[in-house]
Design a binder for this molecule. Sequence first.
Ligand SMILES: [Zn+2]
Length: 100
Amino acid sequence: MERCPVCKARFKDDPVCYRCGTDLSILLGIERRAEWLEQRAVALYGAGNFGEAWRVAEQALALKRSPLLCRLVEFLGREMLNSMVQNRVPLVSLLSALKR
Ligand SMILES: [Zn+2]
């Protein structure tokens, strides 16, 4: 978080905004959770576990948008669909995967 979402004051590593007094601890917790999930997704990808990496990356993306997460989810989704096509997964399963 770079700025307080309420008054737009610059964030200074304090869970309470120095200008307006807003408690930012919940937002900081969400941000930390998203960063942890992002690191976990990258590690899972590195270990070759694409399905779990995709699931974890989507969880992280639901909490915080980042260019890395957007590209990772897009790439992993495409890789998983390619794998399903190559393995002749039934069309119904492909469509179900696309809806998620
Ligand atoms: Zn503020």
